[in-house]
Design a protein around this ligand. Sequence first.
Ligand code: G4P
Length: 536
Amino acid sequence: MSTISEVKKRRTFAVISHPDAGKTTLTEKLLLYSGAIQIAGAVKSNKIKRTATSDFLEIEKQRGISVTTSVLSFAYHGYKMNLLDTPGHKDFAEDTYRTLTAVDSVILVIDCVKGVEEQTEKLMQVCRMRNTPVIIFINKMDREGRDPIELLDELESKLSIHVRPLTFPLGMGSRFRGVYDIYQNTFSFYRSGKTKVEEEKQIFKGLSDPGLDKTFGADAEKLRHDVELMDGIYENFSREKYRTGRLAPVFFGSALNNFGVKELLDTFIDIAPAPGDRQHTGGIVKPGDNRFSGFVFKIHANLNPKHRDRIAFLRVCSGKFVRNTFYHHVRLNRKLKFANPASFMAQSKSLLEEAYPGDVIGLYDSGIFTIGDTLTEGESFMFKNIPRFSPEVFRVVQNRDPFKSKQMQKGIQYLTDEGLAQLFTQDSGNRKVVGVVGELQFDVLKYRLLNEYGARVDFLPMSAFKAFWLKYEAPAEIDYLLDVYPGSLYTDKNDNPVFIASTQFAYQSAMEKCPKAGFLTTVEHNEQTLTLENVA
Ligand code: G4P
C-alpha cells in the first residue's frame, strides 16, 4: 500500500486532562471499544492505570501515579489509532507538553463538577502554540455538576477557544437521562453500568418531533429550549476551523459508565486530522514524501532495571521507516540502523518491520539520542516546534559521595537527556542547578540516580523565580548582567546563556536595563543561540 493511503488511515492523538478528570478511564474505554482490551467494566479503572504497560518505573508503582508516557496503538473501523498516553500528575507536565509535539490532535477531558482547572489551562496553552485540533469531552455527567451552559461559557473564556457542542445532556447526576446528538437528531439513553458497550438510541425527526414529548414528558421542552439556545449561541461546526485549532467540538458523557464514548470515538475518526505537514529547519516535509524522516520526542530509561538501556520514542513524519535500514542521525552526523525497533499495541511491545507517518517507533538507545533528535534518509534538517519550557522549581545539586562524582555527572546528563529535568551550569563556577516542572521530579531524580547510577545526591533549595533563555544582539547587555547579577548567569545543555532570576523584581529590572535582549521562557530543544564564550 502507498505511503499516502497509510497516512490517511492514521490518527495520532493524546487524551489530556487535569488530574482526576477521567483521562485514564476514558483511555480504557477507548481501548475497550476498539477491542484492544477486554476488561468490560469488571476491572476498576485505576487497576489498569496501576498495572498498565506504561508503568515502567518502580517509583510509579509506589506512588500510583503515571510518571511516564506510553504509546497505545489499536485498530478501530479500519483506522490505525496511535494514542500517546500522558502522565496524569501535574509535576510531570513537561512530559505531557513534549508528547503534545508528536500528536496531530487531542481529546481534552473536563470534569463537569470542577470545570476548567489549572492544568487544563496550561495544557491548552501548549495546544494553542501549535494550533492542535481539540475535541472536548465533558465527563462525569452522572454526578451533580455545573450547569452545562455555564461550563461551555467557561471553556470559551478560560481556554480562549470557540466551542460547539455536538451533543447536549438532558439532566445530570441522578436525573441524567442521556444526550441528544444535535446533528444526527438521535437521543442516547443513559443507563449506569460499566459493562455496556452499545448505547440504547432513539431517532427523532428534529426537535419538533412529538416523539420527544412522548418519550420525555415535561423534559422535552427543556431539551428543545436548550438545543435551540445552543444553535443560537454557537456557530455551526466547521471541520476547517476545528482542524486549525480555532473551534473545539464538545461532547458530554460519563467515561466510567461507558456513556458518550462511542459517539466521541466515531466523530473523532471522522473529523480528526490524519498526519500533516511538519516544519523543519529547511522548510516542511509532507507525510506522503517518499523519503523517511522523524524526530525523538521522548526517551524512556531502564525498561529493564538490570540494564541501562533506554527507549527513544520517535514519531515518523514522512516516508516509510524500515527495520535494519541505515538512517541519518542529523545531530551526530552518523549513519545508524535499527535491528530491534518496537511497536506498541495496547498492552504489549513487539518487533516492528515498517512504520508510516503518525506511527511511533521505540528505538533501543545506548545514549545516542536526546529529545528533538531527527532521523532522515540523508538530509540534514532538524524538526522544529519541539519546545523546552522554563522550569518552575529549582534546586542546587549537591553530591553526597565524592567518590561517585563521575556516576553522578553521567546520571544527571542521561536523565536530563531524557527531558526529566533541565540542568543549568553556573557560568562563574561549578554550581549545577536542576530545574523541573514539579517538586516530585526531584524524588524521581534522586531515586533513579541512586538505583541506576549508584549516586547519592541532595537537592538544596535555592530562591529562584524563573529561568530565561537569553537572546540578544548587544553583548554589552550580557556583560551588564554578569556584573550586576554575577551568580545568575548559567548555561544550558546546548551552551545557551540562561538568566535565572532570583525574584520577579530582578527579572523586571534586568529587562529594563537590557532592552535589546530577549528573555525567553521557551526554546527549541536543539536550539543554539549565542554561547557566553562568543560574547566575552
Ligand atoms: P485521571 O486519569 O484524569 O487522573 O482520572 P481517572 O480516570 O483516574 O479518574 C479519576 C476518578 O474519577 C476515578 O475515581 C474514576 O473512577 C472517576 N471517574 C472517571 N470517570 C467518571 C465518570 O464518568 N463518573 C464518575 N462518577 N466518576 C468517574 P477514583 O475514586 O479516584 O478511583 P476508582 O477507585 O474509582 O478507580
